[in-house]
Every structure is written in C-alpha cells, then in structure tokens.
Design a protein around this ligand. Structure first.
Ligand SMILES: NC(=O)c1ccc[n+]([C@@H]2O[C@H](COP(=O)([O-])OP(=O)(O)OC[C@H]3O[C@@H](n4cnc5c(N)ncnc54)[C@H](O)[C@@H]3O)[C@@H](O)[C@H]2O)c1
Ligand SMILES: [Zn+2]
Length: 386
C-alpha cells in the first residue's frame, strides 16, 4: 500500500492599504501595488449605489489606469449592490458573464468598489472564475472598511440562509480609500463603528478607552477621528486573520464574532430591516452585560461598554428580542443553536473577562441571559421616552 500524507503549504500575502483618492492622478499607491506580468487586464466592478455620490469615478478610473504601464483596463461594470445582490445568484452570474466577456484570465485583476454585500458577491465571482482571479477590494462603507472588507470571506445567500454559498479567498489587496468613507447616511456610518468597538473589546483595551474618550467625536462623525478608528479596527481584524491561527475558520473559536450570535438572529427576525451594525450593537450590549452577570467582567466595565454604545447613538435593545415561538421561548435564543450548527461542532461563544480580552464559554444560561434582555429593555425604553 502506498498510502501517504502530504503537507501542502501555500502562503498568502494580505496587503492592507489606506489612502485617499486612489484613482487621483499623482496617487502612486495603486501603480506601486499592482504587479504586472507583461500585460495584465483589469476589470472593475462598481456598485450602482455609488454613481450619484461619485459621478466622476469611472472617468478617474479610466484616466488613472491608462497611465499605469503594463495594465489594460477592459471595462468598468456597474451592478446592483446591497443585501439584495446577495439574495440570489443574479448579480453573481452577471459578474461571471462580464469576466467571460472581457476575457479575464488568471494574470488579470478584478477590482471591486462597494459596500460589504457587493464585495461578498464580486469576491465570490473572482474566487470561482478560472478557480481564482486576483482581486483588489475597495470597501466603501464604514463596516466594510473597518471589518468585512479586510477579511477573506466571499459568498451569496441561498435556501434562505446567509452566505450559504461561498469561498474563502485571500484578496490580492484591500485598499481602504477614505474618499468613500463620508457619503453613507449618518446612522449606517456610525453603526459600522460597532465592529471597531467589538474588536477593541476582544483585543485591545487601550483602543476601547480611546474610543470611549472620543465617543463624542465619533458620534459626530468627525472625519479624522472616524478614519483613525477605521484604520485601527481594520488592522486588528487583518492581524487576527493573518496571525490568529485559523484564517479559514476551521475551529470553533471566533473572537471576531463577539456579540454576533444574537445579532445574526435579530437581522433574520427583522427580515434585515435592522442593519448588521445595529444588530451587532444589541448583541455586544447583551453579551457584555451577560459577561458581568456570570461574574466574568466587572459590572462597572460592562456599564462602560453600554455607555459607549449609547454614546455612538446605537441601540442596546430591539423589540425583536421579544418575539417568541410556540413554546414561548424567545426566538432570538434559537440563534444559539443555529450558531452552534454554523460552527459545526461544540457551541463556543466568546464572552469578556476584561476589557480587551475574551474567554470562550460553551453554554449560555437562558435565565441569566433573559434578565440581561429585560434590563436593557428597561434602559432603552427609559432613554427613548425622555
Ligand atoms: N465577508 C465577510 O467577512 C463579512 C463580514 C461581515 C459582514 N458581511 C456582509 O456585509 C454586508 C453588509 O455590508 P455593509 O454594511 O458594508 O452594507 P451594504 O454593502 O449592504 O451597503 C449598504 C448600502 O450602502 C450603500 N453604499 C455603499 N457605499 C456607500 C458610500 N460610500 N456612500 C453612500 N452609500 C454607500 C450601498 O449601495 C447600500 O445601499 C452584509 O451582506 C454582510 O453579510 C460580510
Ligand atoms: Zn459583524
């Protein structure tokens, strides 16, 4: 018998860049970033939602790329973005058809400019077209710049389940271009900051305390403060993916999913009326309060977390927490079982044992958790009626 095990090591470079006006003439970041192998084609996908905010963008892309030796722009394709684009395979197939039509090959680049949902769809097309085409992501929302855009996941929804079809693929580069950061509606811009709060809570107490001190500026979306928060958060997320030991999520421990088990369920229960960022705000509030109720986190630290969430103008509670199933069980609590299924093994939820540090637990006590939901409800209703 010639049975044998082979180790296959493949290493990736995860390039994270920050700039303003990547396609402005004189900005050398992109021309230095892209390796050209003789002649590389570039196909750019931009989400339709950006057209009204950046009417000059297509012209700038054309002018910029025409000046870079060794690169040839084959086209700029405008497609629909937002969660709708992930609901089925329509946008994915439009992207695939464009990849075929423009004769994009494995020496080419795909660039994608858009929010987290658009990056997920086009990223999936790039990961599967010719079994993988080099992808340069340009996230355009707070949430995608400070979190999802610097990740390695791509996908679309199917069978009513989020991200059911997808692929892990390390992008060639992620360019966080701050020119895109200031045009989203205010609430969604602020809501995206919850991912920075989240990563600070599990990784970096000093970063949390900085956000606590800057909460007024962050709430006011002061450009400089927002950009600093985005940069620090993006680097934390990328560092965890690159150095955390589990880039393709084979294990059950997911520190970057702190507060997310309830959040994912709340998004689903509200049919996505509640945005991801707002849902995560509620989830982080709940899991932080719960961490203190089970004696892991000092009570005053949980209070500090709640105050930062309130300070950012984000919710601590949502009425969907009250939805109950036939057995009168809170439906959000069924999210725990779905989270376990999603992990594919033992339930593992990260709680906080101090600000800036998490601890995995394998059980959530329903009664204690209910008392947290009740406490947050009272607090949220008191502040909204004042
Ligand atoms: N791949 C991952 O690791 C990962 C992680 C977390 C979330 N996600 C996914 O990200 C998606 C949410 O992403 P999101 O919060 O970036 O929102 P989004 O992509 O849904 O975009 C929200 C809206 O903002 C608009 N928009 C985008 N950029 C804009 C700009 N600069 N100015 C004005 N409007 C703009 C879009 O057109 C859209 O209507 C969800 O589908 C979620 O599942 C993926
Ligand atoms: Zn998230």
């Amino acid at each position: 018998m010639a049975n044998q095990d082979f180790e296959i090591h493949v290493s990736f470079k995860h390039r994270i860049r920050f700039t303003r006006g990547a396609f402005s003439s004189g900005n050398e970041l992109l021309s230095e970033l892209l390796e050209t192998r003789g002649h590389s084609k570039v196909l750019v996908f931009v989400e339709n939602g950006l057209k009204s905010h950046f009417p000059e963008l297509e012209g700038q892309i054309q002018d910029y790329l025409s000046e870079v030796p060794g690169l040839r722009l084959t086209g700029v394709e405008w497609l629909n973005g937002a969660e709708e684009a992930k609901r089925d395979d329509a946008v994915y197939l439009q992207a695939m058809s464009a990849i075929e039509r423009h004769h994009i090959d494995r020496h080419s680049y795909i660039m994608v400019i858009g929010g987290g949902a658009f990056l997920d769809v086009i990223g999936y097309a790039a990961a599967t077209g010719h079994r993988g085409i080099r992808l340069v992501r340009f996230p355009t929302t707070t949430l995608s710049q400070d979190d999802s855009g610097v990740g390695v996941k791509n996908g679309i929804n199917a069978f009513g389940k989020k991200n059911f079809i997808g692929a892990f693929a390390v992008p060639y580069a992620v360019v966080n271009d701050f020119q895109f950061l200031h045009t989203q509606p205010e609430l969604t811009r602020r809501a995206g900051l919850i991912e920075a709060v989240k990563v600070a809570l599990v990784k970096d107490r000093e970063f949390f305390e900085w956000m606590e001190a800057e909460v007024e500026n962050l709430r006011a979306l002061d450009e400089k403060t927002l950009e600093e928060a985005v940069q620090r958060s993006a680097i934390h997320h990328a560092r965890h993916i690159a150095l955390g030991g589990d880039p393709f999520e084979l294990g059950s421990s997911r520190p970057l999913d702190y507060g997310h088990w309830a959040a994912h369920k709340l998004e689903q229960l509200t049919d996505f009326a509640l945005s991801h960022g707002e849902a995560v705000a509620v989830g982080v509030a709940l899991d932080s309060l719960y961490s203190s109720k089970v004696g892991l986190l000092p009570v005053e630290d949980a209070e500090r977390v709640l105050r930062v969430i309130e300070g950012l103008g984000l919710p601590l509670w949502h009425e969907a927490l009250e939805f109950r199933d036939m057995k009168q069980k809170r439906r959000v609590f069924n999210g725990l079982e779905e989270f376990r299924e999603h992990l594919g093994g033992e339930l593992t939820v990260l709680l906080l044992d101090e600000l800036g540090h998490g601890k995995d637990v394998h059980e959530i006590e329903e009664e204690i958790w209910e008392s947290c939901a009740e406490e947050l409800k009272v607090r949220a209703l008191a502040t909204t009626t004042v």
